[in-house]
Design a protein around this ligand. Structure first.
Ligand code: CA
Length: 228
């Protein structure tokens, strides 16, 4: 899952990026509105953490522009946005929520609370009310980063977990190898060209062949329901 941190305070941005990477998010940091918009237009982003006071303008303007984006292209107008405000910015929080922010946190906040709110946002965004995700004999716990098959814990790596979550949340849409890669890595990291194939091969060995399907020449998908 990929998060865009829009924050001009270097120490806050750095601290957030560290905490989020620890939690297996792919993190991009944008210190200005201009950089943030460029990121949103370049790659699919799963959540935006948005500071309001930025050197080249108000974060609320970015939010308004995002919500007006035309459908079917990047940026995705429905991308969940969590605004980060100072304690005395009550008016900004109200304005932000009214403009289409999904949640807010007042600085300074706890990394654990942020992680829980981000999971909740993803859940709402993908239309899941349950914290755990069930697919046939597979059960995924996004908070604990664990996967069980027939009630037995499956040993999977952080990268494999990210690939599985990306495909489960996109269900039944097909994701291309590039889209899966984008959810896994930051731009500044080198990706081995066969990394996604390797993760999918290992996931199939651990979860069974029927979960992740290949659409030849297009990409990978998980069916809405398991085959009977
Ligand atoms: Ca700021």
């Amino acid at each position: 899952m990929r998060v865009l941190v829009v924050e001009d305070d270097e120490s806050i941005a750095h601290g957030l990026a560290l905490a989020l990477r620890q939690d297996d998010w792919a993190v991009d940091v944008a210190p200005t509105l201009k950089a943030a918009w460029a990121s949103l237009c370049a790659e699919p982003i799963d959540i935006v953490l948005l500071d309001l006071g930025l050197p080249d303008g108000d974060g609320a303007d970015l939010l308004a522009r995002l919500r007006r984006a035309p459908p079917g292209a990047l940026p995705d107008a429905a991308t969940p946005v969590l605004i980060m405000t100072a304690r005395d910015q009550v008016a900004s929080r109200i304005e932000g929520l009214d403009m289409g922010a999904d949640d807010y946190l007042t600085k300074p906040f706890d990394a654990g609370e942020l992680a829980a709110r981000m999971r909740a946002l993803r859940r709402r965004f993908t239309g899941r009310a349950q914290a755990r995700l069930r697919w046939g004999e597979i059960e995924i716990d996004p908070a604990a980063h664990t996967v069980a098959r027939n009630g037995q814990n499956v040993d999977i790596s952080a990268r494999e977990f990210s690939v599985l979550m990306a495909l489960m949340e996109a269900r039944p849409r097909v994701l291309s190898r590039q889209q899966i890669e984008a959810s896994l890595y930051n731009w500044d990291r080198l990706v081995e060209s066969n990394a996604v194939e390797v993760h999918i091969h290992r996931l199939r060995k651990k979860l069974g062949e029927g979960v992740i399907r290949t659409l030849r020449g297009v990409g990978y998908f998980v069916p809405v329901e398991p085959a009977p």
